[in-house]
Design a protein around this ligand. Sequence first.
Ligand SMILES: Nc1ncnc2c1ncn2[C@@H]1O[C@H](COP(=O)(O)OP(=O)(O)OP(=O)(O)O)[C@@H](O)[C@H]1O
Length: 289
Amino acid sequence: MTTELSEAKAAGREEALNEVLNVTGLEVHYGRGRRRRRALHGVSLSVAPGETVGVIGETGSGKSTLARAVLGLVRPSAGSIVVGGEDVSTYSDRQWRGLRRRGVIQYVFQDPLRSLDPDLTIENSLIEPLLVQGVPRKEAVDRARSFLDRVRLSGELLDRLPGELSGGQRQRVTVARALVTEPQLIVLDEPVSALDSANRVQVLEILKDLRASGVALVFISHDLGSVAGTVDRIAVLYQGELVEAGAARDVINHPQHIYTRLLVSSAPTLRTDPVDRAEREALRALLGA
Ligand SMILES: Nc1ncnc2c1ncn2[C@@H]1O[C@H](COP(=O)(O)OP(=O)(O)OP(=O)(O)O)[C@@H](O)[C@H]1O
């Protein structure tokens, strides 16, 4: 390798280590032998500290696979993943558990009942990740209260079980739980899709507030409209490949890929001009969809 090339590689690596998340050339396959199917191909994505990135794509485009790979829940077949400056590409299950325990990266899934233990009170759910880290109980409870406040919930809910909260309250608890360890990055996979519109607006407002707190967010959604006002950058996944990425304003106002143009034209709240059905049909025809 020439000195120049190795210097360039070293500089790229240095940059990757300063990012909260750096995914390069990610490939993920499911199944074996004849059943082996590719879910992600050559996906590269980086997230800077405090940045909010929306990953948009239709059903089956590979959004959850990307989230699972970044959280160590599915193993890539090629490519690299750097989380909080650590190259985790070849981490064992044990190393991943250690990383998660340290709370560097947290997650919020679509269904809060999947993330919260139904038998633990909200207080115990919120303090559990802190107790694991050795934080004294009294301090953990104080922190739990303050994070509940951050998601605009009353401390009175601490004694309740998840089943005794509304869906919107439960999702806000999972956001508070993701925040208590003060992670560098939170991956949110369709965090508002299961909520009614009033709760959706509230959770989106809370996510917007988080931008000011310095935590980086990867906000995964099939709905460009709900992500658009909340993120700095947008990345578009189509059939397992990242087809477009850029500043949210640029992607919405000047979409380059046909699929992105279709997404924008299908989100009437983002359009300043009247939505043209014929245009959408022409774009679908171009995509072969
Ligand atoms: N455990 C699995 N085994 C085999 N194939 C899978 C598995 N999980 C996902 N897939 C396939 O991988 C592809 C990407 O799926 P993925 O769940 O990442 O998509 P998605 O964009 O999150 O979709 P949705 O919005 O419906 O959740 C799909 O073709 C899906 O059928």
